[in-house]
Design a protein around this ligand. Structure first.
Ligand code: SAM
Length: 273
């Protein structure tokens, strides 16, 4: 395949044509609960998509779904949880982790009768025994007490305390499960903002760096403005983007042209599509 392929099409029909066990990682955000107007009508059959994605993913491959829940008549839709249970029970996916993507700087003084929603979920599914790539080094975060001596106690599972030997706190520590990013509005990317519902470049990049290697194939079956595809190419991964709306496919292609260098474009066309 070439380094990228952007396909205008329905995600269910198009993923049916992709070669089985050919995708290393999928990163995407589906339209959920009519929260945004995408101009063209769509139906999101998440059950069928889960099965297709499972088929085309390699053993040990990962699928990251950035998703939230709408609110109707004061109650949350549970879309996220339904998708997670459906994919694990009906499509063989296994849930690696549920992370929270916290949108930093979300305005919202108008939220009167409930909390201001400033998060979405990042459902991390894997196929097979365990994820074949898990590189958390690029996702490490600075430790608050870096360089200081730490002496104290650890809490045991039975509730008792155990004294530990004094040790120096490392400068970086392991990322937790709450991931905070500025919204796409803060990125200053006008082409990207032509799409109504994008996630931050850094979120896509973190997932790509953690769960894939250079040369791997990264799929976004609902690519919108192409955030996943751009970040995949920038990090020397091959990528396939699919969107039902041709305007959004054009935005993706423009972004690839403007934001990646020719050097990053080095593979051949995907044979099966
Ligand atoms: C939340 S947006 C994705 C945004 C993307 N993650 C980004 O950062 O730009 C969801 C996208 O799904 C697309 N979509 C909706 N139904 C689809 C379908 N059946 N097949 C393919 N794409 C679809 C919409 O056109 C929209 O661009």
């Amino acid at each position: 395949m070439k380094d990228y392929d952007i396909i205008k099409g329905d995600c269910i029909l198009t993923t049916q044509k992709i070669e089985e066990e050919s995708i290393d990682l999928s990163v995407f955000s589906p339209p959920y609960d009519n929260i945004r107007d995408y101009k063209k009508g769509w139906v999101f059959d998440y059950s069928a998509l889960g099965k297709n994605l499972y088929k085309i993913t390699k053993d040990g491959g990962v699928c990251a779904v950035v998703i939230g829940d709408g609110t109707k008549n004061f109650a949350k839709s549970l879309t996220t949880f339904k998708l997670a249970v459906n994919w694990c029970e009906n499509a063989n996916w296994r849930l690696f982790e549920t992370c929270i993507y916290q949108r930093d700087g979300n305005p919202g003084a108008w939220w009167k009768s409930r909390f201001r929603v400033d998060h979405e979920y990042v459902l991390l599914f894997f196929k097979g025994g365990r994820p074949k790539t898990f590189n958390k080094e690029p996702l490490m975060i600075p430790a608050k007490h870096a360089g200081k001596m730490y002496s104290g106690t650890d809490r045991l599972t039975n509730g008792n305390f155990k004294k530990i030997k004094p040790k120096t706190v490392n400068s970086m520590k392991c990322r937790g499960t709450v991931w905070k990013y500025g919204t796409s509005n803060t990125e200053g990317n006008r082409i990207k903002l032509e799409h109504p519902a994008t996630y931050p470049d850094k979120l896509a990049q973190d997932l790509i760096l953690c769960f894939s290697k250079p040369g791997d194939v990264v799929l976004d079956p609902m690519c919108g403005s192409g955030t996943t595809c751009v970040m995949a190419i920038k990090n020397n991964r091959k990528t396939i983007g699919i969107d039902i709306n041709s305007d959004y496919c054009d935005i993706t292609k423009n972004r690839i042209k403007n934001e990646t260098t020719q050097q990053q474009i080095m593979f051949e066309k995907l044979a099966t599509i």
